[in-house]
Write a protein that binds this ligand. Structure first.
Ligand code: T1G
Length: 712
């Protein structure tokens, strides 16, 4: 990507000037302190690397310096290589990270990395080249390169195993997880937790220096990586491959860690760098880097003329699965929240389900008991709207019926304090129609979570025609507070995500008519990286629900729209999905099996329609399933439903499990070629109806031979 200058002031200065201000060097008695201060996250940009090189040289040659401490300015240590500089000339500026690490490992004095905020990726790898690492209690360390489709390319797969052993290193690097300071201390990733920086680190460094010569650098310590049973790696590969869902980096990371055990350090480091370069050149890392920035870009709404309100308290209407999950989202973020419903029984049922969810998380070890108790204590219940009056936001998650929602919003309008946000979690109804029930449409907005709300990361915000900038800014900022990934949609049928989903599930049924089987379609979708196939998804959400939503939509569709009769035929035959033990599949408990009865129904439909059934290749199924998503996404950009193509990618990765290592549907569409998407849409229009045809934007990009959405 293009190199973003983080500082407007960068623009007017020489490189050397930037480097000098990016890295400061101070003395505290006989200890040198190097402070990296290049906001926003002290990434190892060319300026920072240059500054570090000169600071290390200065400290090394200064006889008065007995030890060296490296720390970060601002809110964090070093958050890794500078992703914005990768692939640009700046990434070639010397010294590179390996050279800086070499300087540290040959340093004739004790070196200590002093960590606050996060030390991630290349940042933590720089710390691994120091003799010691200390951190404050709130700090986190990690090697998250795998989430960019990469591996730690500066010795992370070689040095970490030497500190924590093989098993922990495999887990930490293939998961990319951020590790808390206390856990890092237990594992040996850091040597001490200190109260404050840089003081605590300076004292630690002085102590270590008193012992005379610096200790062996990490790369020279081999006790934890000798005589490792090769079976350890076989088992690790089996476990990691099961979760990788087609991602390459995790398995390559294991190759590098195994190499550390079987080859001299220099050779193994060279192997790691070669494998890093291969991954960096791969489609998967291009997709994951695209996705990294897409996630952050989606938080921005150009031209908003308002700052967000603070959300210090919330309320949720409807104590069902969604409402309960939403209440948990606020409580988990430390925001007190009221949960209400029409009766005490409904509320009691809701809070009981929430309690059960927390118990399960604690039992699974995914949530500490104290955190669960703290969250639960923040959830109050009531059936009286008057109790909600002071909440800064109320989120309605009641039945998907407009009359019920309008009644609720009319009542909220009378009760809620001025300026409170009145949000609906609706997934199919119009935000404008809901706002009509109030005298404050500017405060009404859609905040659409995906089930289960306390797990799924997408928060799809929907602005109505009269929603104010203030309200939009507030719900966009709320996403970060709630730990969600936000996108902003303009009000339309299905918003960003569901408006596209109908083409994916619709085309899957057309493929069934033409000869593909449910198990083949689902297998292809999962091999592509989806968490489950469209037929299994239908069985889980209920085929009858699909028929209802589709029939409700029919009136608003062009007359030439064709629906496959398969779904309705299955429902007529009592096959509603998992809940009736049969749908597309036959179920025994949670296990699903192909069902000859379903195959017979599909064949009947094909015969009635006079369709000649045929074999399909997996490639053709994959393309037919996902191409219509891209076509509809292009129309969402064209009509302003979505602000940008990458927002659609964020929506699909977080709301539907689209594989981030394919970048999202719009990124994937660019990779396969927009001209192919255009041609497929023309074909689909002939088969399924004019709505499936290409829009103006896709036609223009194709005719102008433009490859990407940036030209939209
Ligand atoms: N490079 C460049 N910019 C970065 C960046 C990075 N590594 N990390 C964050 N930013 C920008 C981000 O785009 C945003 O910009 C701003 O900083 C705030 O980020 C050799 C090669 C550190 C936990 O993967 O996990 O090292 O939108 O909104 O929520 O092995 O950023 O303001 O213009 O996310 O407080 C490995 C990625 C790199 C860490 C902070 N490192 N970053 O989270 O803020 S590869 C990572 C994060 C590597 C080596 C390899 C998070 C954070 P803008 P933010 P945050």
């Amino acid at each position: 990507g293009e190199t973003r200058l983080y500082h407007a002031l960068d623009a007017g200065r020489t490189f050397a000037e930037i480097a000098m201000s990016a890295v400061r060097y101070e003395m505290d008695g006989d200890v040198g302190i190097v402070i990296v201060d290049y906001q926003p996250v002290n990434a190892l940009s060319a300026a920072v690397r240059t500054g570090l090189g000169s600071a290390f040289t200065k400290a090394r040659d200064d006889k008065n310096v007995k030890a060296l401490v490296i720390t970060g300015g601002g809110r964090t240590f070093i958050a890794g290589a500078d992703i914005t500089e990768m692939g640009t000339e700046k990434s070639k500026v010397k010294p590179d990270l390996h050279e800086l690490q070499k300087m540290l490992e040959e340093f004739p004095k004790v070196t200590v990395a002093a960590i606050h905020g996060t030390a991630l990726g290349g940042g933590y790898e720089l710390a691994l080249a120091c003799h010691y690492r200390v951190a404050v209690k709130s700090a986190k360390v990690g090697l998250p390169e795998v989430s960019l489709g990469l591996l730690p390319g500066a010795g992370g797969t070689q040095r970490l195993p030497r500190l924590v052993g093989i098993d922990a290193a495999i887990d930490i690097i293939t998961s990319g997880r951020h590790i808390s300071a206390s856990k890092a201390l237990d594992l040996g990733m850091i040597d001490a937790v200190v109260d404050d920086l840089p003081g605590g680190a300076v004292a630690f460094a002085r102590d270590m220096a008193a012992g005379g010569q610096p200790p062996l650098p990490v790369i020279a310590r081999n006790d934890k990586i000798v005589s490792i049973d090769p079976a350890v790696f076989v088992e690790a590969r089996r476990k990691v491959a099961a979760k990788a869902r087609g991602k390459n980096a995790p398995l390559v990371i294991i190759d590098c860690i195994e190499k550390a055990c079987n080859a001299p350090a220099e050779e193994a480091l060279a192997f790691e760098l070669a494998e890093f370069r291969k991954l960096y050149a791969s489609d998967q890392s291009a997709a994951l880097m695209h996705y990294f920035f897409a996630e952050r870009e989606a938080r921005r709404v150009p031209g908003l003329s308002a700052e967000p309100n603070d959300i210090a308290s919330a309320a949720v209407i409807g104590a069902g699965t969604m409402g309960g999950g939403i209440a948990m989202v606020f409580a988990n973020a430390g925001i007190p929240v009221y949960l209400t419903d029409v009766s005490n029984e409904a509320v009691e049922r809701g809070i009981a389900l929430i309690r059960k969810n927390y118990e399960t998380s604690v039992a699974r070890g995914s949530m500490p008991r104290a955190a669960a108790d703290r969250a639960l204590a923040l959830i109050s219940t009531t059936t009286d709207y008057a109790d909600l009056a002071d909440a800064d936001i109320v989120i309605e998650a009641a039945f998907e019926r407009l009359d019920i929602k309008q009644d609720i919003f009319a009542r909220l309008d009378k009760v809620m304090k001025p300026g409170a946000i009145l949000a609906s979690n609706t997934s199919t109804l119009s935000i404008d129609a809901i706002a009509d029930a109030t005298k404050r449409p500017e405060d009404v907005v859609g905040v659409h979570f995906f089930s289960p709300a306390n797990v799924m990361k997408l928060q799809e915000n929907i602005r109505g025609a009269r929603t104010s900038d203030q309200t939009v800014a507030t719900v966009m900022a709320l996403g970060k507070t709630l730990g969600k990934n936000v996108v902003l949609a303009r009000n339309c049928d299905g918003f960003i995500g569901n408006r596209m989903l109908q083409y994916y599930t619709g085309e899957a049924e057309f493929l069934l008519e033409q000869g593909a089987t449910p198990e083949q379609i689902d297998r292809v979708a999962m091999a592509f990286g989806m968490p489950m196939g469209p037929m299994a998804m239908r069985d889980m959400s209920g085929l009858d629900v699909g028929v209802l939503v589709r029939e409700a939509r029919r009136a608003s569709l062009p007359p030439d729209e064709r629906f496959s009769p398969i779904l309705a035929r299955l429902v007529d035959g009592g096959r509603l999905g998992m809940k009736t033990g049969k749908g597309f599949y036959r179920y025994e408990g949670r296990d699903k099996f192909p069902d000859p009865e379903t195959a017979a129904i599909i064949e009947d439909v094909a015969r009635e329609l006079g369709i000649e059934r045929r074999e399909f290749s997996d490639e053709e199924i994959e393309f037919r399933l996902f191409a219509p998503l891209v076509n509809e996404g292009a129309k969402e950009i064209e009509d302003g439903t979505a602000l940008r193509a990458s927002d659609i990618d964020v929506a699909w990765v977080n709301g539907y499990g689209f594989p981030a290592h394919k970048g999202g549907p719009m990124f994937w569409g660019e990779q396969v070629g927009l001209d192919r998407i255009y041609a497929a849409a023309l074909e689909a229009a002939k088969r399924n109806g004019s709505r499936w045809g290409p829009g103006k934007l896709l036609e223009r990009l194709t005719n102008e031979g433009k490859g990407g959405w940036r030209d939209a």
